[in-house]
Design a protein around this ligand. Sequence first.
Ligand code: NAD
Length: 325
Amino acid sequence: MEIIYLSRRSIEGLGMGMKAVLAAVDEGFRLKGEGRAEMPAKIGIHPAPDAFIHAMPAYIGGAESAGLKWVSGYPSNIEKGLPYITGLLILNDPRTGIPIAVMDCAWITAMRTGASVGIAAKYLARPDSRVAGVLGCGVQARTSLRALAEALPGLKTVRCCDLFPEAVERYIADLKPLLPHLDFIPCGSPGEMMEGVDVAVSAIPIVREPQPPLDAGMLSPGGLAVSLDYDAAWTGDAMAECDKFVSDDIAQLLRTREHGVHFAHIPQAIYADLGELASGQKPGRENPSERIFCMNMGIAVDDMMTARALYALAAEKGAGVQLEL
Ligand SMILES: NC(=O)c1ccc[n+]([C@@H]2O[C@H](COP(=O)([O-])OP(=O)(O)OC[C@H]3O[C@@H](n4cnc5c(N)ncnc54)[C@H](O)[C@@H]3O)[C@@H](O)[C@H]2O)c1
């Protein structure tokens, strides 16, 4: 028996674009909303302060994707010049359980995380949104903007803020060539970044004792806020002032809160998760003045949908290295 090993470089060489990842992730949310996904709680170990290594399994019936992601996030890697997020993903044949592929998961994580922002925008942003704002100009904020540009054709301006002005400069230098129709505005503070923003994305490090810089009154009426960093960036008051609070997975959100480290200040009323919106069980945005908050923690369904699409493309192109099991 053989498996395919896909390194990060061979995954990048496949040339899968954000449009394809958005389609895979949207389909995953739809199937999950229809009750066809099995996705137990992520479990994890924490070998260093503020660090995690998580195990994230999922099976999605209808897409016939099954597997596990083993992903780490180490904030201290940044000072060492190492990536914050690294890991591997195993894909199994759901008919036999036999592993069929092992692949790097940094590309998958970044692309499916960005795609989750695009899907949140599809259901929850005003379709005429013109201004995006990003806090934390790192890896996830890059793919998030690529996804927003696909989901919101009217997007014209991006307001960017980071703790380090060099990070903003690199962000603009990397993304302007990919998205030349967008105007990038570097902002000196989170408050300045939020001015006139229709869709705000936060992607700063998740820490145990956050001091969130984004407060009530900063998100304009009609705006959408998407958090990729748990409760690191937004205060409880900022979340509470929103008319709808949505998540990519309500069960995971509540389980994480039960652990007592994160989400102590989220609103009691959770309107829906993205699966319920994608499967048409509940409407997303219902009027142009609603403020909506979407907490996307990242779910294994997104990973397995993206990995399955990559595996199919790799098989078609004969990419990767065959290894004996
Ligand atoms: N929800 C998901 O699906 C998902 C998936 C992957 C990562 N994440 C989370 O997204 C966040 C970003 O991950 P990444 O891979 O992009 O990391 P990254 O290191 O590439 O980027 C983080 C950026 O935030 C900046 N930053 C740090 N503290 C800041 C502050 N207080 N104010 C403004 N900017 C600040 C850093 O300078 C850096 O540019 C992390 O919290 C990570 O755990 C979420």
